[in-house]
Design a protein around this ligand. Structure first.
Ligand SMILES: C[S@@+](CC[C@H](N)C(=O)[O-])C[C@H]1O[C@@H](n2cnc3c(N)ncnc32)[C@H](O)[C@@H]1O
Length: 553
C-alpha cells in the first residue's frame, strides 16, 4: 500500500487522483487544541495537514492498513483536552483510548467518505463502499464489547409520559422510542425496534421546542428586558417557574411529567456535605449554589414587590428558583436553529434520554433546515427493548453529580480526573508547563504499565523528571534511582490525599438518604482512583528495583 501524506485541501474530504483516493482528516483551525493535536500527529509520523491516499486497486489487507492509519488520525482529531493529556501511552501502542472517542473517530471517517460519494466524482466507488462497510463492522464490534444493561421497572406507571408522547406525535414528532422507568435513572427511552447506525430514533419539529421565542410572547419579557445584564437563559428560567403552574399552557403535558424534586448536588443536605468532607467537589457545589443564591437575591423579592401580578411571590421562592435551575441544568439542550443562532432549549420527549459514557446518540443539536426539525440519529446499533442513550457531553462524574444528580455506572468515565496542584519548587524552570494543570485518573484506564510509564500520565512524569533534572535522560545510571525517587514522592503525595479523604465510607445501604448515598459513591470513586495510583507507584518501584538488582549483578 502506498500511504502518502500529502497536503491536499482544507476540509475533511475524499477525492480521486487518477486511480488514487485521498482521504483528509484535518483538524480545523478553530480547534482550541490545534497546536497540541498537530504536534501529536507529527510525533506519530503523520502530516497534520495532510491526506492519506490509497490506490483503487488495493487489496483487502491494504485497505485495512489504510483504515488503521485514518483511524489513528481521526482519534487525535476528536480528542478533548483530557483525552489529549492522557493520550501518549495509548498513542505509542496504536490502540484506542476509549469507546466514545473511537466511535467519534469512526464517524469522522464515514462523514469524509460520504461527502466523496455524494459528490459523484469517484470512479472508485467500490473502494469507498468497502471502506464504509469495514467502518460499520468496526462500529458493530465496538458496540458488542460494551453493553450497558438496563433493567425496566415494570410496576411503575408511565401514563403521564404516554400522554405527552401522544401529544407530541400529534404535533409532528416521529419516534422509535417508548418511555419506561429504568432502574437507577428514573425514566429512560427504550428502542421499540432495532435501530441501526444512521437510523433516526427521534425527530422533533421546532414548533414543540421550548426556547426563547416563547419568552418574547410572555408578560414577563417587557419587565425582564429592562434589567441590566440579565441573560436570555435566566429570563427563560423565570418564565418556566410561572409556566409550570399555568393550567392553559401549551406545554402543560410537558410540565406535568417533570419531577417534583431533581435531586442534584445543588440540593444536597448537610449530611451529604459532611460525607464530601476533604473533597474538591464540596467546594465546587458550595460555590455553584452561592452563585445561584446571589443571582436570586439580585432579582427577588424586588421583582415580586414591584410587579406582584406578573411575579406572584408564592411562585418565586428560593426553593422554586433552585428547582428551575436544576431543571435547566439537567434537562436543557443547546440547539442551533435555522437562523444559525444557538439557543438553550427544553425539548419534550428528548428530555427522557439518559446519558452514557458510550452513547448511542452523539450527533444532534442542529435544526435541519429542510424539515425544520431536530433529529437524533444513531451512532451505533440499539437493539429493540434496549435503552437508547444520549451523550450529554464529555462530562466528569463531579459535574454530572452537581448538575444532573448521578454518577455513571462502571468505572470507565474517561473524564474522571483529579487535578493536581503540584509544587516543584522555586527553582524549577518547568513551572510554566504548557499544560496549565496536571492531572491523574484511574490507572486501570491506562494501557501502558511498563517501566517509565507505570500506568501514570507521561506528561506528568516528564514534567517532574525535567523539574528535577532538565538533562534527566542523559543521566546514565542515575536514571533508575531518580525514577525510584519520583515514584516514592508521588506515593507520599497520594497517601496524603487519601488521608485527606478521611475514613472509608461504610455503605449504609438502604438506610442512607439519596444525597448521602451519592456523596459516598463519589467519595468511593475518588478513593478508587487514588488507590489505583498508589498501586501503580508501588508496582513501578518493584519494576525499578528489579532492574537495579539486575544491573548490580
Ligand atoms: C434529561 S433527564 C433524563 C430523563 C430522566 N431520567 C427523567 O426521568 O426525567 C436527565 C436526568 O436523568 C437522570 N440520568 C440521566 N442519565 C443517567 C444515568 N446514566 N444514570 C442515572 N441517572 C441518569 C439524572 O437524574 C439526570 O438529571
Amino acid at each position: 500500500m502506498d500511504i502518502d501524506k500529502q497536503h491536499l485541501n482544507s476540509t475533511d474530504d475524499a477525492r480521486e487522483i487518477d486511480d488514487e483516493i485521498a482521504v483528509v482528516i484535518e483538524i480545523p483551525d478553530s480547534d482550541p487544541f490545534y497546536d497540541k493535536k498537530k504536534k501529536l500527529l507529527e510525533d506519530m509520523g503523520f502530516d497534520p495537514l495532510g491526506s492519506v491516499q490509497i490506490k483503487s486497486s488495493s487489496t483487502p489487507d491494504q485497505l485495512k492498513n489504510f483504515l488503521d492509519v485514518l483511524l489513528r488520525m481521526a482519534r487525535v482529531k476528536n480528542f478533548s483536552e483530557v483525552e489529549l493529556y492522557f493520550s501518549r501511552d495509548v498513542i505509542d501502542l496504536g490502540d484506542y483510548t476509549n469507546p466514545r472517542n473511537e466511535l467519534l473517530a469512526l464517524h469522522a471517517i464515514l462523514e469524509s467518505i460520504d461527502k466523496s460519494l455524494s459528490s459523484k466524482i469517484n470512479r472508485s466507488k467500490n473502494v469507498l463502499h468497502n471502506l464504509q462497510n469495514s467502518i460499520i463492522d468496526r462500529i458493530h464490534t465496538l458496540g458488542s464489547k460494551f453493553v450497558e444493561e438496563t433493567k425496566i421497572v415494570e410496576d411503575s406507571s408511565c401514563d403521564k409520559e404516554q400522554c405527552l408522547l401522544d401529544w407530541t406525535v400529534k404535533n409532528g414528532v416521529k419516534t422509535k422510542l417508548e418511555i419506561a422507568y429504568v432502574e437507577g435513572a428514573g425514566r429512560g427511552a427504550i428502542a421499540t425496534e432495532k435501530l441501526e447506525v444512521g437510523d433516526v430514533a427521534l425527530e422533533i419539529p421546532v414548533s414543540i421546542i421550548i426556547s426563547e421565542d416563547l419568552l418574547h410572547e410572555s408578560d414577563l419579557y417587557p419587565i425582564l428586558a429592562k434589567i441590566d445584564g440579565i441573560s436570555l437563559e435566566t429570563m427563560l428560567l423565570l418564565w418556566s417557574m410561572k409556566e409550570k403552574h399555568n393550567k392553559s399552557s401549551r406545554f402543560k403535558l410537558y410540565f406535568d411529567t417533570l419531577p417534583e424534586h431533581f435531586n442534584t448536588g445543588l440540593s444536597f443536605g448537610t449530611n451529604a456535605f459532611m460525607a464530601l468532607d476533604g473533597m474538591l467537589l464540596l467546594e465546587e457545589i458550595l460555590q455553584a449554589k452561592e452563585h445561584l443564591r446571589t443571582q436570586y437575591d439580585e432579582l427577588f423579592p424586588a421583582l415580586c414587590n414591584h410587579h406582584p401580578d406578573v411575579f406572584p411571590p408564592e411562585l418565586y421562592t428560593w426553593e422554586q428558583f433552585l428547582w428551575a435551575c436544576e431543571l435547566w441544568y439537567s434537562n436543557s439542550m443547546k440547539v442551533i436553529f435555522g437562523d444559525g443562532k444557538l439557543r438553550t432549549c427544553l425539548i419534550p420527549v428528548a428530555g427522557f434520554l439518559n446519558h452514557s459514557t458510550f452513547p448511542h446518540i452523539m450527533h444532534y443539536g442542529k435544526v435541519d433546515a429542510t424539515t425544520n426539525s431536530l433529529s437524533f440519529p444513531l451512532s451505533r446499533t440499539c437493539h429493540a427493548g434496549e435503552q437508547c442513550f444520549l451523550s450529554y457531553g464529555r462530562l466528569s462524574s463531579s459535574h454530572l453529580l452537581t448538575f444532573y444528580g448521578f454518577i455513571p455506572q462502571g468505572d470507565n468515565n474517561p473524564f474522571d480526573v483529579i487535578p493536581l496542584d503540584i509544587d516543584l519548587g522555586e527553582d524549577s524552570d518547568c513551572k510554566a508547563s504548557e499544560w496549565g494543570t496536571h492531572m491523574v485518573r484511574g490507572t486501570w484506564l491506562s494501557k501502558n504499565h511498563e517501566i517509565f510509564h507505570y500506568g501514570l500520565p507521561s506528561l506528568l512524569l516528564d514534567h517532574i523528571r525535567k523539574a528535577r533534572d532538565p538533562e534527566w535522560w542523559s543521566s546514565g545510571n542515575e536514571i533508575l534511582d531518580n525514577e525510584l525517587d519520583i515514584l516514592r514522592d508521588l506515593t507520599s503525595t497520594f497517601e496524603g490525599m487519601m488521608e485527606g479523604f478521611g475514613d472509608e465510607n461504610l455503605d449504609d445501604g438502604e438506610r442512607a438518604s439519596w444525597d448521602v448515598k451519592l456523596a459516598m459513591e463519589f467519595k468511593n470513586l475518588q478513593r478508587k482512583i487514588v488507590s489505583s495510583i498508589l498501586t501503580s507507584c508501588n508496582a513501578g518501584c518493584e519494576l525499578i528495583e528489579r532492574e537495579l538488582k539486575k544491573l548490580a549483578n
